[in-house]
Design a protein. Sequence first.
Length: 374
Amino acid sequence: MPVLFGAALLSLSLWAGMVLVHRGFWRADQRLEEAGELETWPRVTAVIPARDEAATIGRTATSLLAQDYPGELLVIVVDDNSDDGTAEAAGSDPRLRVIAGQPLAEGWTGKLWAVSQGVREAGEAPGYLLLTDADIEHDPGNVKRLVFKAEAEGRHLVSLMVKLRCESVWERMLIPAFVFFFQKLYPFPAVNDPHSRTAAAAGGCMLVRRETLAQAGGIDAIRSEVIDDCALARLLKKRGPIWLGLATRTRSLRAYDGLAEIWGMVARTAYVQLRHSVPALAGTVAGMAVIYLVPPLAFAVGTALRDGALAATGLFAWLLMALAYGPTLALYGRSVAWAVALPAAAGLYTLMTVSSAYRHWRGRGAAWKGRHYG
């Protein structure tokens, strides 16, 4: 099996390289520290685009209004043409404004069009914008920690990948893997390094310096982007340092009870991430196969054929995979034994990516909340 042995050796080399030199992405150690004290706490306006989010918007708004934040905090909900009672479910509070979103303008993606209306409603007063989703429950100290990080380190964007729900069988298998793959694609230490060009953010929780966003052209500068969070990160990092970390207390309320929900989430943007490139798609499929599928295959075939070198190479690559995956599993309270399922999760995510390309070729493009983008 010289071909399989060569592929296993390549996989082992790739895993060794990723563990040793890929900015320590796998450590999953970029976390917000507790907030210190500031002489003056700037104004924060939270902007929440909400389209048919009646089930969760109330908890999201309430968690923001209950923040232990010493400065002024306002919350704006943009009801993006919902038909499920989202506006009413948001609640009422003197610090909460619910505005009716305008029909989608040409050239805009739906979420960014709603965000732009919320930003305009927030006005031009100095301070920060907290761009967050309608299904995020914020820990009471989250805004204070975000602002302290931005002020203490001069960051123009501070973002958290909130803790995703991980309860159903499919969530347990696929959600930690999703977080792991995102960290591998955008190593958080590189994102947080002002000298690195790597830029990324997580759309569920992004604290943005108001003046920097205006200087960069505002939301209008990224109006057609489907992967809006990373586009915003690229835009703002050109003007100064940004920071991205993992949340342990602020969490998503979005449930993915079945495979179809997770499949739809990934297929919506995977081919966009590859810039609609067929060579990039082919390279991704081949790379995922070598990195994740070859190690268990080589171990199984080597064991069956009593080929010690093949089995050992596959096993060592698989063990390095488990080592790298361990901290992300720990973040989600899962045993390292779940690392055995990472190749299967990788196989499913690869199929989701191919499905994303197929949707694009069929003319359906990226779809979300009843809208399709070519």
